[in-house]
Structures are given as C-alpha cells and as structure tokens.
Design a binder for this molecule. Structure first.
Ligand code: ADP
Ligand code: MG
Ligand code: ZN
Length: 481
C-alpha cells in the first residue's frame, strides 16, 4: 500500500557576517579568493598556543541586527563554548561557537511562495541564531594538501529554523527571505559563490495527518538554492521508497553530489561525533548593556515586511510590493521616484519592474549602478503622467538616457517629441482621419464603439506619434456622435 507522506524540513544556515574584522582578532574579514593565501592572518586566527581571543564589537552588532530582522529575542546574556574535533583546517583542535547560550533566541520570519497571482504567506519559526568562527580552507593537489587560513576565524551566524517547512518550495522561499533580510540589514552579503551562505537541510517524512515527526536525514554541503531544492526532492523520493517498502529511514548525515544529483551517506547517528562542548575559558560571557542594545535598535532600518505592507496599503498588489522590496536598494529607488507625489505608484512600479529591472538584468547590473538614477526616472515619468509625452515616446527617451546619461527633458526637446494637445491641430487631424476612413466611420455610427481605434491610429500616423492619444480618442468620439 502506498501511503501519502508529508515532508518536514528544517534548515541550518551559516551566513558570513559582513564585519570589517574577524570574530576574535583584528585581521580583515572576508578577503576572498583574489587575496594571496595566508596573508590575512595572525597568531589568534591561526590557533597559536597562548594567544587570547577578543570578541569584536562589529561582528556582535551585525549578529544582533540579523537577529532583530528575524524577530529574535536578543539575549542580554550569552556565552561561547569550545566544540572539539580534529581536522587539519582546525589547528586549535576546537571551534569557538555559542552552544547553550546563543546571542539570538527564538524568533520567526514570514515567507512568501506560490504562483504570482495567488501568493501564500507562512510564518516559519527560528529556533535560535548563534555566533561562531569559521574554519580555514584546505585544498588538495596531487599528494600535497594546502591550507589557507584567510577564512579562519571569520564570523559566522548560524541560523537554525524550527521544523516548520513542508515542501522544497517553502524551503526555497525561506532561503530567499533569509537572504533578503541579511542583506537588508547589512548583516551579510550572502554571496553564495563566495561561500557566504551555506546550507544544511534536515528532512523527514511522516504519513499525512500524523503529528509525530519521522526520522530525519541531514544533508550537508549545499551551496546553491537550486541544490537545496534538488536535494530535498531527491530525499523525498528516496525516503518515500524506503517507507513504502516497509523499511525505516536511518538517521544519518548525507552529502549532496552535485555531479550525480544524488545524496550519499556520510556518517550515521551511531558515529555521531561527541564534540565535548565546554565553556570557553578565554572569553568572558557577553553581557549587553541596555544602552548599547538601544543604540543598535535605533540604527535598524524599516524592515522589508513593514515596507511591503505600506506599499500594499498604498494600492500595490502583493506581487508588486514583493518585487519592489526584494532589496533595500530597489525599495529606496522606488520611494525616490514616487516621493514628489507626481508619479503614481503603479506607473513607477511598472516602469521599474519591466523597463528598468529588465535592462539592468540584461546588462548584469545592480540598481545602485543604474545608468538612470531615480531622480532622472522621476523626471521622465512626470512627463508621461502630465501627458507631455506618451508611453512609447517615454520608452525612446528611456533608451537614450540609458546610453547617454542626458536629462530626459533635453532628449524630449532635441527630438521635438512633445505631445500635441493643441485643440485646433488635433481637430484638423481628426477631420482628415474621418474623411479618409469611411468604413470605420460607418461602423462607429452603426454602434461599434471599438471602430474609433483605427481612426486614432490614423491620427497617430499623420502626427508621427505626436498626437495625445487620449485627447484624440475623446475628440473623435465627440465629432462622430
Ligand atoms: P542537531 O542537534 O542534530 O543539529 P537540532 O535539534 O539542532 O539537531 O535540529 C537541527 C535542525 O533539524 C533544525 O533546523 C530542526 O528544525 C530540524 N529538525 C529537527 N527534527 C526534525 C525532523 N524530525 N524532521 C526534519 N527536520 C528536523
Ligand atoms: Mg544543530
Ligand atoms: Zn587574526
């Protein structure tokens, strides 16, 4: 018999915090691949005996900001522990991490998923989010193994979700939201190619309707959103087959093989490592002063969920509000374009989504590097809103100022684009169109209102696109009625 199963998914995400220095020393953080190996290091992050780690304030503040963005309780008291294991990239023989007293306690985020015209929202619990140091990086060439300590000691925030996710799509939406939040508050750039966001997924199945969770597998080593989705789909199939055959899922850690697109066993629960956690004796507990925490809170920007709600209240659809708050830079741009009140939200939203973001994507540019700054787009759209030029002309101006950086008004002037709204001139064109199109006129008089279309078209042609189409349509209707 084939039972219907429901997936239960929980994610553990490591994000690299974007602080200037490493977590416990003043070495530069996040220097990247193009920096020579072992040049951003010191005795602390290379684990020399006798050195003392000191928590850096920048990393702590970013961890708190990240927590606040996920509605986490900031723990005024937290501490560090040693997590022991042996690995060549870990010279101390232990990693300094937060264990039972993390900086961020429970919280939640809201994810959005589903089809564009039927978006669903769901609240996903955050179990906690703790600080820890990164290990170094080893690479293997022939019979040699090489170690680069540039990454050792870089600050990571591990964000552990509750097992609230129920499908690969929800997991994908969760990752998207975490990335949006981390970038929004400046906690992390979350560049996956640089390893700044790494994901472990936990997944189990349970018969639909059953409350008790099934046995889970953990899949490590996922470094793209797509890999997360693919690995989850693979695991759902694998576990479904085992359960339907009357078997039991083993609690184990598996690895995603991105060549073969399968998960493979790495270690089972029986060989689970005993890390021998104990309190880090070289670091005092972290006790936050109220005034310090208030300072951090006062520097928080308006969060995307609040902005989204505000945009929707002003009349945008859920989808549009989502796109316009997909990054803080896009939201800022949108608000700059509409702040004068002369450009409607809908007009600005359409132009930013279809024209601006389309061009930026095609040229692989970020909105902050847009050749058309927000103030310029506002100038252009103010001209369409006031009827000075029509949409087609506006797009021509858009393309030109994209290339040349000129002011929209200058291009309109140069091209003699200004839309004709002069009644005398419009009437002259309208009469000519009526005389030249007896069939459309007859159709209109017979009651087919849509027949005004070809007449408007005729005027647009005569005027070389300069007639104001709205006024022309009104005028023709009046003349024929
Ligand atoms: P561990 O100590 O092995 O890391 P945790 O209790 O910290 O285990 O949970 C790790 C992650 O696994 C969390 O994100 C949690 O939501 C998720 N998780 C826990 N139990 C299950 C389960 N039965 N099925 C799926 N995910 C689970
Ligand atoms: Mg864990
Ligand atoms: Zn260092």
């Amino acid at each position: 018999m084939n039972t219907e199963f429901e997936p239960v998914i929980g994610l553990e995400i490591h994000v690299q915090l974007a602080s200037k220095t490493k977590l416990f020393c003043s070495c530069p953080n996040g220097v990247g691949e193009d920096t020579k190996p072992n040049t951003a290091i010191c005795p602390v992050c290379t684990g020399h005996p006798g050195v003392l780690p000191v928590l850096t304030e920048g990393a702590l503040e970013l961890a708190v900001r990240a927590g606040l963005s996920m509605n986490c309780k900031t723990n005024e008291y937290s501490s560090f522990s040693r997590k022991h294991y042996f690995y060549p990239d870990l010279p101390k023989g232990y990693q300094i991490t937060q264990y039972d007293e993390p900086i961020n306690g429970a919280g939640f985020i809201e994810i959005t998923f589903g089809p564009k015209d039927h978006l669903q929202k769901k609240r996903i619990g955050i179990h906690h989010a703790h600080l820890e140091e990164d290990a170094s990086k080893s690479s293997h060439e022939g019979t040699y193994s090489l170690i680069d300590f540039n990454r050792a000691g870089c600050p990571l925030l591990e964000i552990v979700s509750m097992p609230d996710l129920r499908s690969p799509d929800e997991a994908y939406a969760y990752l998207t939201e975490i990335k949006r939040l981390m970038r929004w508050v400046g906690a992390s750039n979350c560049d996956m190619e640089k390893g700044e966001l790494r994901v472990d997924v936990n997944i189990s199945l349970r018969p639909k309707g059953q409350e008790k969770f099934g046995t889970r597998a953990e899949i490590k080593n996922l470094n793209s959103f797509k890999a997360v989705r693919d690995a989850l789909n693979y695991e759902i199939n694998r576990q479904t087959e085992i359960l339907n055959a009357g078997g039991q899922v083993k609690q184990e850690t598996r690895l995603w093989d991105k060549e073969e697109l399968v998960t493979k066993p790495m270690r089972s629960k029986e060989d689970a490592l005993d890390y021998r956690y104990f309190p880090e004796p070289d670091l005092p507990p972290v006790v936050l002063e109220k005034s310090w925490l208030e300072g951090v809170k006062s520097r928080m920007p308006e969060l995307p969920a609040a902005k989204e709600a505000r945009f929707m209240k002003a009349g945008l659809s859920a989808y549009d509000a989502g796109v316009l708050t997909s990054s803080r830079e896009i939201a800022d741009y949108f608000e700059e374009v509409t702040k004068s009140g002369k450009v409607s939200l809908k007009t600005a939203s359409n132009w930013i989504q279809t024209d601006l973001l389309g061009m930026l994507n095609a040229e692989k540019k970020e909105i902050q590097d847009s050749p058309i700054p927000a103030a310029r787009l506002a100038e252009l759209l103010e001209m369409t809103e006031s009827g000075k030029i029509n949409r087609k002309q506006a797009r021509e101006v858009f393309d030109e100022i994209w290339k040349t950086g000129e002011a929209p008004a200058a291009v309109v002037e140069k091209r003699g684009m200004v839309q004709v709204s002069d009644e005398g001139q419009l009437e002259e064109w309208a009469q000519a169109a009526i005389a030249a199109n007896p069939k459309a006129v007859a159709d209109f008089k017979a009651g087919n209102k849509a027949a005004v279309g070809p007449l408007v078209g005729a005027v647009m042609k005569m005027s070389k696109g300069k007639a104001n189409p709205r006024l022309i349509s009104q005028l023709l209707t009046k003349l024929l009625s």
